[in-house]
Write a protein that binds this ligand. Structure first.
Ligand SMILES: Nc1ncnc2c1ncn2[C@@H]1O[C@H](COP(=O)(O)OP(=O)(O)OP(=O)(O)O)[C@@H](O)[C@H]1O
Length: 308
């Protein structure tokens, strides 16, 4: 299996303070990998270094086996980059801009036209070939940004907060496109929204304060996040005091008249106890599910743990 991206002991400081410290990461296959962190965690710094836009203070980045610092020109041929604020030229047409980007990528002249067509097709912007970029909506501009990132068919596509600033419809479309691109490219995308990474990614790398606090598959993340509450719907619920009498219950929260969240001490058999208490006492239980908690709360928890 060839290594598409390897980051070893990567650290960077802008002036005196370290922005990132000892980041290690290895990606060997296609799919979407999420780099998750709150504002200022160090996502853009990491991405700018691995795309060759910024020189690191310490550590190594290799892309498709090529060292970014020693051989940036060759390494960059294997990377497509969608920066946080892509320099999309508003006074160029989509075709002109994409052809210009292909030239910057040093693609052979004879192959540029075909590459522009393919990238437009892939990103659903073929019907806007002659449209000025300035006259496109935010969602379509973002697609143009993604098209320029894949025009030279790189192994690795890096996207810095690609859904930032999109409206809900644009967001759905952009996520669909990113998922499609992840089918035959390795996509590393940054986000500060855990639910987004959860939706899109097969692997998750969380950074906070410039350090990695969690790095594993999404399945491992789901296993790591143990449920700590049960969501129940009852037609005839008892009072919170009654529910607190169930062994293991630590807190009861009524979300509506019939929707209840019951927190427990970790023993998942509490669901059995709720079911039998309901049968015995006529609470008319209609639904019961283990609740993994709000993803963003979990992110906060992990961040706090790493700082302790
Ligand atoms: N050019 C710079 N000069 C000095 N400090 C910087 C510079 N760019 C970033 N930093 C600092 O480095 C740290 C990491 O910033 P970075 O932009 O990488 O985080 P981020 O996770 O991408 O955040 P955001 O989501 O807000 O873009 C922050 O403390 C930030 O203030």
């Amino acid at each position: 299996m060839s290594t598409i991206l390897k980051i070893e002991g990567l650290s960077h400081r802008y002036s005196s303070a370290w922005a990132i410290r000892d980041i290690n990461l290895e990606i060997n296959q296609a799919g979407v990998v999420g780099l998750l962190g709150s504002n200022g965690a160090g996502k853009s710094t990491t991405m700018n270094i691995l795309c060759g836009v910024l020189n690191q203070t310490e550590g190594q980045v290799t892309v498709n086996g090529i060292n970014m610092r020693e051989n940036p020109e060759e390494a960059k041929k294997n990377i497509g980059f969608l920066p946080q604020n892509p320099p999309v030229y508003t006074d160029l047409t989509v075709d002109e801009y994409l052809a210009y980007c292909a030239q910057l990528r040093r693609m052979e002249k004879g192959k540029i036209k075909q590459a522009v067509e393919e990238a437009k097709e892939r990103c659903g912007i073929a019907h806007f070939s002659t449209r000025l970029i300035g006259n496109l909506s935010g969602g379509y501009r973002q697609r143009v940004g993604i098209a320029q990132a894949i025009i030279h068919k790189p192994k690795l596509v890096v996207m810095d907060e690609p859904t930032n600033g999109l409206d809900p419809n644009q967001l759905i479309e952009a996520r669909k496109l990113i998922r499609e691109i992840g089918q035959d490219h390795t996509v590393l995308l940054s986000s500060h929204i855990l639910s987004e990474v959860h939706l899109l990614c097969r692997e998750i790398v969380m950074i906070e304060g410039g350090r990695v606090i969690f790095s594993d598959s999404m399945d491992a993340f789901n296993n790591y996040v143990q449920p700590h509450s049960v969501l129940a719907r009852m037609e005839n619920p008892p009072s919170a005091t009654e529910l607190m009498k169930i062994p293991g219950a630590t807190k009861v929260e009524f979300l509506s008249d019939r929707q209840i969240r019951i927190y427990f001490d970790g023993d998942q058999d509490i669901t059995e106890r709720i079911i039998s208490a309901s049968v015995q006492q006529g609470w008319r239980l209609r639904e019961i599910n283990l609740d993994k908690g709000l993803l963003d709360d979990i992110f906060k928890q992990l961040s706090i743990q790493s700082l302790q």
